[in-house]
Design a protein around this ligand. Structure first.
Ligand code: 3VV
Ligand code: NKO
Length: 276
């Protein structure tokens, strides 16, 4: 009788591996679920560590969270080649903006996260189980993307907090994940925030993940991500009238670097020319 049980249980374990061999779609989704499960598990483990170490919601928990998230890359065979870390060596608050491709970006974010840096996130993330809890404990600021007026007032309050609490704020100006191999147009909130707080903007660019992570092709292997931290962009003296130009300038600069890091010919408005 025991032998039969043993046979059934081992078959049960073998089934996913057999399915992964015969179906790339299954393999892709299995790995994605594995990633989410790891995030949920690591969050559940990190939450008590944060509570015991720092007591509650504070940016200081980001030190614990980043240390834990940095281990994730080993489980998924992801490597980061970072350039320009010296550009993060600025005292005081700043707004950091970067491109956003997938939920894997959390590894790239935490790989280089500077001290005292929180992120702006969609409010739905608060309800993502233990991940929601850990983002709350880390001081993540939630916004409702569908209610611009609320988002604006939250960002105005963040501008005050940046100065009073010496906080850096990391924003994904595309406003959503985008694995298209190009950058979406930038939303303006990050630039309003930098002007309201009168702090510099530091652009960060991650190379395209499509060589090893591509939902359309059911591709999810390991790979190397090039990361470039660009020199800060000062906002002193700029006014609301400069927002659109500042947004455009950052978008174009980051797009050129994105194409260069991703070894793709740079197409500005459809023409091909060499990237920066
Ligand atoms: C231990 C293991 C753990 C493992 C798990 C990992 C855990 C890791 C822990 C912790 C890290 C967590 C990290 C999470 C990351 C999540 C990321 C996301 O969720 S990304 C989605 C949400 N982020 C955004 O959406 C930002 C970008 N969006 C903006 O900044 C927008 O501007 C926004 C939302 C503020 C408004 O969006 P609009 O759709 O209305 O678009 P617009 O064109 O920008 O604004 C419309 C008008 O409002 C003005 N406006 C925009 N923002 C303004 C402002 N702040 N003040 C004044 N005017 C503003 C603009 O100038 C524009 O006006 P005119 O067209 O120029 O006339
Ligand atoms: C108990 C309920 C658990 C529900 C399952 C939650 C699964 C958690 C997966 C955690 C993955 C790590 C955090 C990813 C943060 C992130 O990258 O969110 C996406 C947003 O940037 C943009 O959202 P979108 O506009 O949808 O692209």
């Amino acid at each position: 009788m025991d032998l039969w049980w043993l046979l059934w249980i081992s078959l049960l374990f073998l089934v996913p591996f057999i399915l992964m061999e015969i179906s790339s779609g299954f393999k892709f989704h299995f790995k994605l679920v594995y990633y989410c499960a790891m995030c949920l598990l690591l969050s559940a483990l990190a939450a008590p560590m944060c509570l015991l170490t720092n007591g509650g919601r504070t940016v200081n928990n980001m030190r614990i969270i980043s240390r834990v998230v940095r281990t994730l890359k080993y489980f998924f065979g992801v490597r980061f080649e970072v350039k320009g870390l010296e550009n993060f060596q600025i005292d005081g608050p700043c707004v950091i903006i970067s491109n956003h491709q997938s939920i894997l970006d959390m590894m790239g974010l935490m790989e280089i996260l500077p001290d005292r840096c929180v992120q702006i996130a969609k409010k739905e993330l608060m309800y993502a189980g233990s991940v929601g809890l850990i983002t709350y404990l880390g001081g993540v600021i939630y916004i409702n993307r569908k209610r611009t007026s609320d988002a604006k007032s939250i960002m105005a309050a963040v501008a005050q907090a940046m100065i009073s609490d010496n906080l850096k704020v990391w924003i994904y100006p595309e406003g959503t994940r985008n694995n298209s191999g190009d950058l979406l147009p930038f939303k303006k909130g990050a630039f309003h925030l930098a002007l309201q707080a009168q702090v510099p903007i530091i652009p960060v660019v991650y190379s395209s993940l499509t060589s090893f992570y591509n939902q359309k092709k059911n591709l999810f292997t390991g790979g190397t991500v090039k990361v470039e931290i660009l020199p800060k962009i000062d906002t002193s003296g700029l006014t609301e009238n400069d927002i659109t130009d500042l947004t455009e300038r950052c978008h174009q600069t980051m797009r050129q670097v994105f194409f260069r890091l991703s070894n793709k010919p740079y197409e500005s408005n459809g023409q091909s020319n060499c990237a920066q």
